[in-house]
Design a binder for this molecule. Structure first.
Ligand SMILES: [Zn+2]
Ligand SMILES: [Zn+2]
Length: 782
């Protein structure tokens, strides 16, 4: 160091400058080089590291583009499929409708033709018989092995009156019936053309569909094993002849025919009175080929065919095969015989002897209970320009009372008549409609995610359409809904006239009436009709409620029918509402519509109609005391013996008889006439039951179906069964439940389907196998 310093000291200042210059030059050169090296090194590293990512990014960008395109394409396809599906569903509905109409037409033709053949057959039969000199073919060999004979040839009605000489009043017959023993001295008379039998002891009546009695089926002695078997069983219902089928006294007389060993006609009548109604009719009944209305089978070894096939002496195939419970039947019979022995009851305790008298009595009761009905019915004049009650002075209405003060011209919020408490209907409807649109979109989304949504989609669609229609009416209609009647009728709680459904009913009625070529405007018709109802109902008249249910107004229904449109359900005479609810609703306590508890044990309890008829609330109706009244059946058989078989009694509009109802954890109890009762306010169906044995006692069964939960109603043109699909939970995760329901006949089913249509439920046609798949296999025969 010292050396360097020494050397440095020896250098001149010139030399000093040159040394510093050199040193500086060296430094900068090195600095630049280092920088360059560092840079190129880092650049290399970066390039190396990023090349892979760049490649991935390019590929991902490509994929993104592709997927976006695919998504757009699929969205378009989805929209198209949704559209197509809507179309197909619509077409499906319309084809189903066509098919069922075709089917009905075919059945009708077949029925008419069968009748012609029947007449021809018996005429020719008589003719040939005469030509043969009166000898008749006898068929004594026939026995139970004839299952398959005469499959397509219904047996010809032999016009022989074969008689029996032993009076059924004969104590020995009675002894048999009561003890099940055959007296050795009682020899069956299997003869032809014996002197006319004296009909004495009626067992059950043969009636037509309206309930008119054609004649009694009388007790005969147990002359063969089949008769013997059937006489041990209790009678459950009258024998109903199929509508359109001629059945006269002459036919009645032939049922005692014994030209074959079985006595099939008497037997088949009894089978109809005793057996089990088939949830699925046999092939022959299904073609309406039999004389009886229903397909009914007793069951057991001896009585396997249905009454119709027995009558026609042909094989019986394809029925669901329910048979009666022989053990229970025997117990029941014992009860009856015991009671009869003690009380000297008439021969047929199960079924009133004189239906005519019974219906008359019932009619009197009803008349006394519903005096308004008479008034309403007598008031059945048409509404037209000659009797129209509306009067106005060009500005406001002056007559009738319910219209006084209402402006003639359409009003809005700025009109002096407008009440400040009135809501902006348009905004509310638009809001509700938007809500439905939102729901529909949610459903479409859920669908896109492959979540099943069933018919709520259609329900949403329907509600949107309703909204559109209401908005149209508000914009283009002749009046504001608040002008329908005078102000005093507009103040009603909860939604009032401005509620969605009520508004829809109003505008739907207006468009419906437009179809009927009235000589007054639809609104004039509606207002006049409302005036009439106010006259009848007085203070209890409630405009929103009346309007809400206006579809079923009797006069509107009558117009509909007159113009060839189908009426859905029975007409609702409005004034009957209150009284009706006294009769039905108070007893059929609507259980919570979703409860599915299997408790058919809700029998008993609750007032009986008999008590109601004589209650202080209703007019006391004196019923002639009959022998039955004094019979001490107490708890088991309450006293009134008014016939309440389904064919006779109208329980109320929107009541639908069914044969069986089943769902998971619930099955309808046997031995009841079951029916669905519709509660319009709750939009729910309640299952109710009438005991089979004519006792007026309504049984609500804790089984209800809320229409708002119904996703779809699956039916088949070939089946008497339907499946009601209900939603239990729409999301997280969606769960559904099925309610299986079967009907006694096609008519009952059609009526229910019409009701479903009117309630805008989603009807979907399926194959027979599909709608019947969930029913348990036909029960074992005992
Ligand atoms: Zn049948
Ligand atoms: Zn049959």
């Amino acid at each position: 160091m010292d050396d360097e310093e020494a050397i440095w000291g020896t250098l001149s200042s010139e030399e000093h400058r040159s040394v510093w210059a050199e040193t500086e030059a060296n430094f900068w050169a090195k600095f630049a080089l280092e920088q360059k090296e560092w840079r190129s090194e880092q650049e290399l590293d970066f390039n190396e590291a990023s090349v892979e990512l760049r490649a991935e990014l390019t590929s991902l960008t490509g994929q993104r583009k592709q997927l976006t395109e695919t998504q757009e394409r699929l969205n378009a396809q989805l929209a198209k499929v949704a559209g197509d599906l809507r179309n197909v569903v619509e077409q499906c509905d319309s084809r189903t409708h066509e098919l069922s109409e075709l089917d009905q037409a075919y059945r009708k033709r077949l029925e008419e033709q069968s009748e012609k053949w029947e007449v021809q057959r018996s005429t020719m039969q008589r003719f040939f018989k005469e030509k043969h000199g009166g000898s008749v073919h006898s068929d004594d060999e026939e026995d139970e092995d004839d299952e398959d004979e005469a499959e397509d040839e219904p047996m010809i009605d032999l016009p022989v009156t074969v008689q029996q000489t032993t009076s059924p009043r004969d104590p020995k017959v009675r002894e048999f019936r009561e003890n099940g023993k055959r007296s050795p001295k009682l020899i069956p008379m299997v003869g032809h053309r014996e002197k006319r039998r004296k009909h004495t002891e009626p067992l059950v009546n043969v009636i037509d569909i309206t309930g008119r009695v054609i004649g009694p089926v009388e007790l005969i002695e147990p002359w063969n094993k089949w008769v013997k078997a059937i006489l041990k069983l209790p009678i459950r219902r009258p024998v109903t002849i199929r509508p359109g089928r001629r059945f006269t006294d002459e036919h009645m007389a032939t049922i005692y025919d014994r030209s074959e060993s079985k006595g099939v006609k008497w037997l088949s009548c009894m089978m109809q009175a005793i057996g089990e109604v088939q949830s699925k009719r046999c092939a022959s009944c299904d073609k309406n080929q039999g004389v009886f209305q229903q397909c009914i089978i007793v069951g057991g070894d001896l009585l396997q065919k249905c009454g119709n096939c027995e009558w026609n002496r042909q094989g019986c195939h394809g029925a669901s095969g329910e048979g009666i419970d022989f053990k229970k039947a025997a117990e029941r019979m014992e009860e009856i015989l015991k009671a009869r022995a003690e009380q000297k009851m008439p021969a047929s305790p199960e079924y009133p002897r004189d239906e005519a008298d019974t219906s008359r009595r019932l009619a009197t009761h009803l008349k006394a209970m519903f005096p308004e009905r008479e008034k309403l019915e007598s008031n059945g004049t048409k509404i037209n320009k000659h009797n129209l009650v509306l009067r106005h002075n060009g500005e406001v209405y002056t007559h009738p009372d319910c219209m006084v003060g209402v402006p003639v011209a359409k009003i809005d919020e700025n009109h002096p008549y407008w009440d400040r408490s009135w809501k902006d209907i348009r905004a509310e409807v638009r809001e509700s409609r938007e809500r439905w649109v939102g729901k529909q979109q949610a459903i479409h989304l859920a669908e896109a995610r492959k979540m099943a949504c069933g018919s709520s989609k259609y329900q949403a669609g329907r509600q949107i359409n309703r909204g559109t229609k209401i908005l149209e009416f508000l914009d283009e209609g002749e009046i504001s809904p608040y002008q329908l009647l005078a102000k005093k009728h507009m103040h009603a709680s909860k939604g009032g006239i401005a509620s969605y459904d009520t508004l829809f009913r109003l505008c739907d009625t207006v468009s419906e009436l437009q179809k009927y070529n009235l000589d007054i405007t639809p609104l004039e018709w509606i207002r006049h009709r409302l005036h009439e109802l106010i006259q009848v109902e007085g203070k209890s008249f409630n405009l929103p409620r009346t309007m809400h249910d206006f579809y079923h107004d009797p006069k509107l229904s009558a117009l509909r029918t007159k113009h060839g449109y189908k009426n859905i359900g029975r007409p609702t005479p409005q004034p009957l509402k209150k009284r009706k609810s006294m009769l039905l609703d108070s007893e059929i306590t609507p259980a919570s519509s979703r409860v599915a508890s299997p408790t058919p044990s809700s029998h008993g309890g609750g007032p009986r109609i008999h008590d109601l008829l004589n209650s202080p609330n209703g007019p006391a109706v004196k019923r002639p005391r009959t022998q039955e009244d004094s019979v001490g059946f107490n708890e088991k058989r309450p006293s009134p013996v008014i016939d309440m078989t389904p064919s006779k009694v109208v329980l109320g509009e929107e009541t639908f008889f069914v044969s069986r109802v089943k769902e998971s954890g619930f099955e309808s109890p046997p031995h009841f006439h079951l029916f669905w009762k519709f509660h319009p306010m709750q939009r729910s169906l309640q299952l109710c039951g009438l005991p089979n044995d004519n006792i007026i006692q309504f049984h609500p069964i804790t089984k209800g179906v809320s229409l708002d939960d119904v996703m779809s109603v699956r039916w088949s043109p070939e089946s008497l069964c339907i499946v009601i699909m209900r939603k239990v939970e729409l999301y997280n995760p969606p769960t559904f439940a099925k309610t299986l329901c079967s009907f006694h006949d096609k008519g009952a089913l059609d009526r229910f389907l019409d009701f479903c249509k009117a309630q805008r439920l989603n009807l979907i046609a399926y194959s027979r196998a599909e709608v019947e798949a969930d029913w348990p296999k036909a029960q074992e025969k005992p």
